[in-house]
Design a protein around this ligand. Structure first.
Ligand SMILES: *Cc1c(COP(=O)(O)O)cnc(C)c1O
Length: 269
């Protein structure tokens, strides 16, 4: 049975985990450290029960809070509630925030959005992690600037698992060759693969994207365990059931964003 997009997603007769995109205008804004503690605990509880369903250890899943569009005051509250690494979609925004909050010495930044090569220098300077690598040119630029900075960077290769849905990310067919190409870039520590699922209330279509990423990882037959970064506020439980090792969660922690998602992930070709 498929539930109608407007009907409550859980429970369903099939016990199939449903996406929760209908919540996207409804996540309440977190305004205090207590709110953040509460939201983080609620998300962690959802992670734990997804792991339980899938027979997985919750310690295998890292929660990356995503703070794009959130102002400094609220980020400081989230930090006090225990967030020590934050995902940001845009380099300029991430950089400004990292400068403004340089006093929080344990706070690290993960850039999770598309990177233009001309911004590689900036990322090399402040980011701890970059999850949207999808071009050799950018990888080489990052490596050059990281060498100059004497730094290294954890990277995830972004894969387009939903075909026409996003213009970013490598086609699954190109990933194996790309991994070979970036192998020699010593400052880049290849940690895993990242994807955005199709934004759909159809659980099967969402799940298919996550299955594609896991299948690809398994096919790469890499001796290094490659992590899978997949799942956000509306679909991270499905991602965990399909093997996610990192879930990137913004709105369920910080509150609903007013800007539509395609502002952040242009869908036009
Ligand atoms: C914004 C964003 C997320 C988090 O989305 P939410 O709906 O806020 O949980 C995850 N991944 C990427 C790449 C994003 O830009």
């Amino acid at each position: 049975m498929k539930s109608h997009p407007d009907s409550p997603p859980i429970p369903s007769d099939t016990d199939q985990t449903q996406p929760r995109h209908e919540m996207h205008n409804r996540w309440p804004q977190a305004e205090s450290v207590e709110d953040f503690r509460h939201n983080l605990a609620a998300v962690q509880a959802r992670i734990n029960s997804a792991c339980l369903r899938a027979g997985r250890d919750p310690a295998e899943v890292r929660l990356l809070p995503v703070s794009k569009t959130i102002d400094e005051a609220h980020i400081r509250l989230a930090h006090r509630a225990g967030c020590t690494m934050l995902g940001e979609n845009k380099v300029q925004e991430a950089w400004s925030k990292s400068q403004a909050m340089a006093d929080l010495t344990d706070l690290k930044w993960s850039v999770i959005g598309h990177l233009q090569t001309n911004k590689a220098k900036r990322v090399a300077r402040f980011a701890s992690e970059f999850q949207a690598l999808d071009s050799l040119h950018t990888a080489q630029a990052l490596d050059r600037h990281l060498q100059a900075e004497g730094r290294s960077l954890d990277v995830f290769v972004q894969v387009n698992t939903s075909n026409e849905q996003s213009k970013y990310g490598l086609s699954p067919h190109d990933v194996a060759a790309f991994m070979q190409d970036i192998q020699g870039l010593d400052t880049l520590r290849i940690r895993g693969l990242m994807t955005l699922a199709e934004f759909s209330s159809d659980a099967d279509r969402v799940r298919a994207c996550f299955v594609r990423l896991r299948t690809l990882r398994d096919r790469l037959g890499d001796a290094r365990e490659l992590a899978l970064s997949m799942g956000m506020s509306g679909d991270f439980e499905i991602a965990i059931e399909e093997g996610a090792s990192v879930v990137r969660v913004g709105q369920a922690i910080f509150g609903a964003r007013s800007l539509p998602d395609d502002h952040f992930w242009p869908t036009e070709k």
